[in-house]
Design a binder for this molecule. Sequence first.
Ligand code: PLP
Length: 379
Amino acid sequence: MIYLDNAATTPVRREVLEAMWPHLTGDFGNPSSHHEVGESAARALAGARSAVASALECRASEVIFTAGGTESDNLAIKGIALAAPRGRHILTTAIEHEAVLESCDYLCRFHDFEIEFLPLDNSGLVDPVDVARLLRPDTTLVTIMHANNEIGTVQPIAEIAELTRAAGVPFHTDAVQSAGWLELGLRTLGVDAISVSGHKLGAPKGIGVLAIRTAVALEPLLHGGGQERGHRSGTENVAGAVGLATALKLSTHSTDKVAAVARIRDIVIDGVLAVVPEAFLTGSRDSRLPSHASFCFPGTSGEAVLLELERHGIVCSSGSACAAGSDDPSHVLIALGIPPEVATTAVRFTLDTTTTEADAGEVVACVAGAVAALHSRAS
Ligand code: PLP
């Protein structure tokens, strides 16, 4: 099998599992317990927190462990908006993950916030000039994803952050898809809050982090025992935190890694566009995740292409895993102006460092065969 759905999830890395194992077995304590078993768990959690802080360029006290990307996004958006609103205006984009869009929708429905969507070009890019134009004295939060999960487009986050900083408006970015692939951190990006999810990086599902500057007020979503400095009550997932810290350390961005994966991605992109003339790439060609190739195949159905590819041992997706199973066209592609009947022909390949040139060649050949078979069945 050639697994090309790494944007949906990744296998847990051996080193991650090995780092976690002691904290699931012998060293199983509750970090809040006042005895040696608890204190040992607290030390492990503190070590994981420091490691995550150094990967995300913040202080250990600015790391909040969560149950994943969805919770980190919810906590950042609702937590910042409800803590100290300058007003009730939030700037975002229509191509965010559902965790962001639904959090904004909640604030709109239950707390009278006004959600404004930034214009996008047809590759999904935000122009910082529009952010400058649309920031208002009552803007409480700007939330723009670092890289899109469906089309791989990477936003000019650092440029936008200069504008939000000058305006004194908190800026959150969902970096769930870019972590491990792009340089990121509170300092590098200049943002106030970053969401990351473990299972996209070789850590298990159910662990994530929100890194957030101390200066930004945050209302908790979960109330209880006051763990995570009162920001996120609930007994900490020590093993998960250790796993996430290990995965972040192992998957740290490197120019060589990015160049190697981007080269294989380009073989897929150029090859597919050459063998299926009516196909087009979705998202930006230049400002794109190194691991991401996504297309529309007009005249087919994305689900049918997936089935054909799976018969040949290639596992990929028709877009977001969260929308999987739904026949609705992707909100991301619709926001880019792609007609619904074309948006339903989308197929996404997301690579990792183990994807080879031979895999890329096989993908191109199988896509050509799959699309030709579907066209001949339809005629
Ligand atoms: N944000 C983005 C961009 C994602 O791609 C995902 C998951 O696909 C999430 C948030 C949600 O992360 P999790 O699955 O950890 O809740």
